[in-house]
Design a protein around this ligand. Structure first.
Ligand SMILES: [Zn+2]
Ligand SMILES: [Zn+2]
Length: 244
């Protein structure tokens, strides 16, 4: 759990819960208020019981997917049902999820991008956990343009950032960016002619938009450690030139 004081004196409360076969960062975002503050859960990648237990300290107002690669959504339906919380995402991600299910049907395991071959070679081919219902593509709230969701006094901006997938979303709240698989320490997330529905020019446009936030802004990616806008900004032209 982390706390950070904002310019306005508000304190944001963050919990990072690492789940699933690619160690996805699932986030709980809330204002640091007593009792059960309103919260958003971002990217319930797997392990719905673990996430539901953590969520019990909050009044969960929504479960949001940054995008619909399997490592970000395997617990989505189970968690949303157990919390009776709406599912929030971009409708373009239905096509991404359909491609994931198609890969599972044709190959017997999920496509985890560049990590897939290594996981398969280690006998850890990514598959859904038996007994956990798969997402059916339903969204209770569709986000296609910049949208603010208020958690009591804490405004969370939802920002469409296409490229890693057509409906990728990032979030900004109180000095913190949550970038899904759009931006990591060292560059943008995976785009490749070999990986369906990705778009390098689009992700670079999205990365440039995210990096207009102040240099001290913390970046929380969908996997692995944090970075800051100021750390990454000097390398944008290097990423553009190398093409990935
Ligand atoms: Zn992804
Ligand atoms: Zn991911």
């Amino acid at each position: 759990m982390g706390r950070a004081t904002s310019q306005a004196g508000l304190v944001i409360r963050l919990e990072r819960l690492v789940v699933g076969y690619l160690d996805t960062n699932c986030w709980i975002i809330a204002p640091d208020l007593p009792g059960r503050p309103p919260a958003l859960i971002v990217d319930p990648g797997d392990d719905p019981d673990y996430l539901a237990a953590a969520a019990a300290s909050y009044e969960v107002v929504g479960v949001l997917l940054t995008h619909a690669h399997a490592d970000h959504v395997l617990a989505l339906t189970a968690l949303a049902e157990s919390l009776n919380a709406p599912i929030i995402g971009h409708p373009a991600e239905r096509e991404v999820w359909a491609a994931e299910l198609d890969h599972l049907k044709r190959h017997g395991y999920l496509d985890a991008g560049t990590a897939t071959a290594g996981l398969v070679a280690n006998g850890q081919a990514p598959r859904p956990t038996p007994g956990i219902p798969l997402w059916d593509g339903h969204l209770d709230q569709e986000i296609t343009t910049p949208t603010t969701i208020s958690l009591g006094p804490l405004d969370v901006q939802i920002i469409p950032t296409p490229g890693h997938s057509p409906g990728s979303l990032s979030l900004y709240a109180d000095g913190h960016l949550f970038t899904g698989d759009t931006l990591f320490p060292g560059g943008p997330g995976l785009t490749s002619p070999d990986y369906p529905l990705t778009d390098f020019p689009a992700i670079m446009q999205s990365v440039r938009t995210l990096l207009t936030h102040p240099p001290e802004t913390t970046i929380h990616p969908g996997h692995g450690p944090d970075t800051t806008v100021g750390t990454e900004l000097p390398y944008v032209e290097t990423w553009q030139t190398r093409g990935w």
